[in-house]
Design a protein around this ligand. Sequence first.
Ligand SMILES: [Zn+2]
Length: 396
Amino acid sequence: MTSTTEYKTKGQIIIDNDYQVCSNCIYDETIPAIKFDEQGKCNYCEMIDELKESYNTGTPEGERRFFEIIDKIKTAGKRKKYDVIVGLSGGTDSCYLVAKAIEWGLRPLAVHYDNTWNTAIATENIRKVTSKLNVDLYTHVVDNKESDDIFRSFFEANVPEIDGPTDIALAETLYRAASKYGVKYLFEGHSFMAEGVSPLSSAYVDGKYIKSVHKKFGELKMKTFPNMNFVSFMKWTVFKRIRKIRPLWYIPYNKKGAREYLEKNFDWQYYGGHHLENRMTAFNHSVYFPQKFNIDQRNNSLSAEVRAKLKTKEEALAEYASQPKLEDGLVDYFKKRLGYNDAQYEAIMKGERKTYKDYPTYKRRFERLRPLFFILAKASLVPMSFYIKYTSKSEI
Ligand SMILES: [Zn+2]
C-alpha cells in the first residue's frame, strides 16, 4: 500500500506522519470519534456495512423491499392529488429521484426550500426537470434578509453548522407540503453508499439550536424561516405519521450514471461537486469547513467511492489532497452579502471554534427519548441515521 505521508499536509491538524488511516476507506485519526478494529477498519465503515446489511442496499432483495414500499405509497395516495413529496434541490440525487418517481408510476409533488443562495444552475435544473416531467413544484422562499440574519448568526456563533438552518427548513417545508396535501410519504435523496455518514460533531442541527443561536446573535425576528421545534417534529412524525423514505438506501445507485441520465434526458447541468448547487453550501464546504475547522467533507464521498471500489485509495487520497473547487468571487459574495469587511471576516475565520454543545439544543432530550426514536426509525418515521447519531451519547 502506498504511504499516505505525502498527502497529509493539507491543513490537517496532524503534523507527524505517525497516524492511522482506515484500511477500507480514507478516514483517518482526525475524524471525530473514529475507532479502528483489529483489522484497521474504522467504525464509520462498520456503520455503513450494518446499514447495507439491514436495508439490503443495491441487491434484488433491497429492490423487492423498496417496491413493497412503492405499493404502500400508491395505496395511501389513492384519491389524493399526489402520492409522494420529493425534496428537490437541483442537485443530482434529488433530480434523479423526481424522474425515478415518475418511472415508478408515482405522482410526486416536488418541494423546494429556497434559502435565496441558489446558483442559477440549480434553479435552471429544477425548472428543466419539473417542466419536462410535468411535475408540480411547491417552493417556500424565505425572506432573504431574515435568511441572511440566520446565516450571520451561525457564522458569528463560531460553529461549523452554518448551513444547518437550511437542512431544518427543508425538512419542515417537506412536512408542511405533505400535510397540506394529505401526503403520507416523503422521499429524500440521501445515499449513505455514495456520501457516507458524516460525523455528528460538524453536522448537528435542530430547531432549538437554530432558535438559540439566532436569539443570541441575530437582529431580526424569525417570521418566514420555517423552523421546526420539538412540538412540530412530534406532530409530523408521531401524530401525522408522515414517513421519510430514502430510496437510495434500497436500490442500486451510481451517482455518475445518474448524472449522465439527467444530462441526456433533461439537458441538466452539473455544478462541479457534491453539495455545490447552492452558494452557501458551496461556501460551507469549500471555504468555511476546511479553513476554519480543518474539515474537508470531500472525504465522505471519496471514502464512499473507495468503499464502492469506484476509486482506489490512492486516487481518492490524491483528490483529497487537492484544493477544494471554488467558484470565482464566492468569498467576496459571502462577505458583501452578509455585510462583513475583510477584517471582520478574517477575525471570525481565525476566531475560536465552538460546537453545538456550547448552545442550547434538543440533544439531551433526543438521548432521553432514544427508545421512542428507535420505534420511529423502525417505522421509517425518522431516518435511521437520525436515531444512530442524534440519540446516542457517543460522538458518532
Ligand atoms: Zn473506514
